[in-house]
Design a protein around this ligand. Structure first.
Ligand SMILES: [Ca+2]
Ligand SMILES: [Ca+2]
Length: 171
């Protein structure tokens, strides 16, 4: 279902490009940001209402660690089954790598990253990440919050966005 949402959202260029500017990916249609967009669109109608926008922004800009963990986990759980599987990790890490390995088997490097992530985060050793696994790993090491790809704006982008949006209008 999420896949359909993303394909649909790709046609909504104006909305997603505005969103990507905010997340500072410079108009590039980035898979991660489309996924975040789809989380904003809670009723899955392809549009973000004012309420959805404000509620989503509140988490991105001022959310607690708990709220951010829930957002990132929901983004990473591509099929919405409550777990981040090895296949989902592979797909996201492959998309997030800036430099593709030049050797003959480029997927091997990504597979290694998946194994490293599982070793570090799969606390109950069932081969997939539940929210409990994810939460424990992130609480131990906050950098793991965006382990499978950027979901949140960096501090500089957040401050500059807030300054633009909340700037007082001259009287
Ligand atoms: Ca999943
Ligand atoms: Ca697990």
């Amino acid at each position: 279902m999420l896949r359909r949402k993303i394909i649909y959202n790709l046609t909504e260029f104006k909305k997603t490009s505005l969103f990507c500017v905010f997340l500072s990916c410079k108009f590039k249609m980035c898979l991660m940001h489309l996924l975040v967009f789809s989380i904003f669109d809670r009723d899955n109608d392809g549009c973000i209402t004012v309420v959805e926008w404000v509620e989503g922004l509140a988490v991105l800009l001022r959310g607690t660690l708990e709220e951010k963990m829930k957002l990132c986990f929901t983004v990473y759980d591509l099929n919405g089954d409550g777990y981040i599987s090895k296949e989902e990790m592979f797909q996201m890490l492959k998309n997030s790598l800036l430099i593709q390995p030049a050797d003959e088997e480029p997927d091997e490097g990504v597979k290694d990253l998946v194994e490293i992530a599982l070793k570090k985060m799969d606390h109950d050793h069932d081969g997939k990440l539940s929210f409990t696994d994810f939460e424990k790993a992130v609480r131990d090491e906050n950098l793991l919050l965006e382990a499978f790809g950027p979901c949140l704006p960096d501090i500089k982008s957040s401050i500059s966005f807030e300054q633009k949006i909340f700037r007082e209008t001259p009287k």
